[in-house]
Design a protein around this ligand. Sequence first.
Ligand code: HEM
Length: 512
Amino acid sequence: MALQVMSLIQSTCQKLKGVTLNALTGTLRKGGSSRVLRGPKGLPVLGNSIELDASQAHQLFTRWSKQYGKIFRLKVFGKNVVVISDANTLRAAFSSGALGKHLNDRAENITKEVFYGRKHMGFANLNDQTVFLRNVLRRKVLHYQMCNSIFVEACSTTISNFAMNLNNGAETIDPDALIKEFLTQLNSTILIGESLPDDDPEVEALWEFIDSLYRLLPPSIDAPLRAFPCLRHLPIKHGRYFRSAIDARDRVTRRYFDTQKSTYKEGHLRGLIDICLRIQQQALATSGTSWLTDDYIKGLMLDTVVAGMSEMIKSIRMLILLMCRHQDVQSRVNTEIRDVIGPVGTPSTNHREAMTYTQAVIMEMLRYVSQTPLAIPHKCNEDVVLDGYAILKDTAILPNIWGIHHDEDVWGDPWDFRPERFLCAEDGKKLLPADHKFMKTLIPFSVGKRRCPGEDFAMSRLFLVLTSLLQHLHFRPPEGEEFPSVDPRHYIREYPYPLPLYKCRVEVRIDC
Ligand code: HEM
């Protein structure tokens, strides 16, 4: 995500009209209606780019926000960037109304070519099509998926098979292999309504697509590929990366979209692709035309793959790492599993309400780790005034989720992993009410019109994965091997390892 941020910062203000931020604020100040944004001094042309390290930008921005305020500005190669480190200001900026209309676009990048000329959601501007796609994904696909039991069954089978194959019931493993198996099944279920058999030749295609897309995002790859399209065909790194993203995209498309389309039957909806095909067919039948072309359906399918799987793998990897380091938390989740689900019951979303500590663990992981520290950058499409500050058209707006989640004034002890902070002090059993300052400041999915459409789905799936894992398995650090710190300040958030990779020891629980 940090690389996306750098890439988008670089590309965001290409159409600057030569008006500087100071000039604009000067004009507005004459009318007495705006304040001047503060920010670090930069060098001519380079701006603040020399100080910026893509993998640690969120930490630098958090230090700068203490010095220059919760909204401050910087410049990167002549382009304006505004960083917002306050949840309420972000809500005001990204929600409905005039500001929401102007602060919810995205800067263009090379993924435009991969997503059929921006026919998708994630890196496209906010318009009628993206709003429609969001609603389809959230209301018609993910909501329905949360109610079906295919993933619950897939979780339980995967873990039982895994546990049976452990040597003597204990082993040091790379958890990524297990997590990827879960998530491949999860995503296949969303797209086509069924899991893929283990021997399906395209089982790895989804991960290859994610990897190849992320490789395109660093500015050093993105900028030359856009400036010199001929590079896309050359036998150099840039060309190879570009072609492998297109190749992986086409494999995913053939395996999922083409097979669904060729077997589509009216009235038999298997997953996201069928749901979109039905909307398309109905429009064609009534008006003879539909803007929801096959390219848009493929674009939405690829959005789900990239945004959903890449975020979920980070969350589950971090939950297991935290369980290894915090054995006390693991055993408290386990007690809750034993009391509410029992040793042989199948975890389901119906258990969530009674398992508030487990829910608090997931919320605290999302706060503590802040896996998308700067979300996906937004772009301002008009000169606006936010909180009294003038913001120029084409400025990149970065939500500093990391800074908001680690603000000492709000959290007191932000560097401690303490799930119980989300429980009411009186009985330690209920979750805090929605209007508590912690609840309003916890924004791992961002806020407003571009807020993650997968939020409810992700929270329910993380609950299922965590409870299914801990019901059967006990995780510990490996014996005599290096094990990474859990302190998120030490992570290098750079592709291909945006969060630490590790091996851990896993044992089958004797009580299961
Ligand atoms: C723990 C898991 C997840 C986290 C922390 C997360 C976080 C985020 C964040 C911070 C954004 C950017 C919002 C903004 O631009 O202001 C986002 C966007 C998005 N997420 Fe998630 N997400 C997660 C899981 C998922 C899942 C499971 C799906 C789908 C199945 C999903 C689909 C999307 C899509 C399509 C977007 C782009 C929305 C748009 O551009 O309007 N995410 N997510």
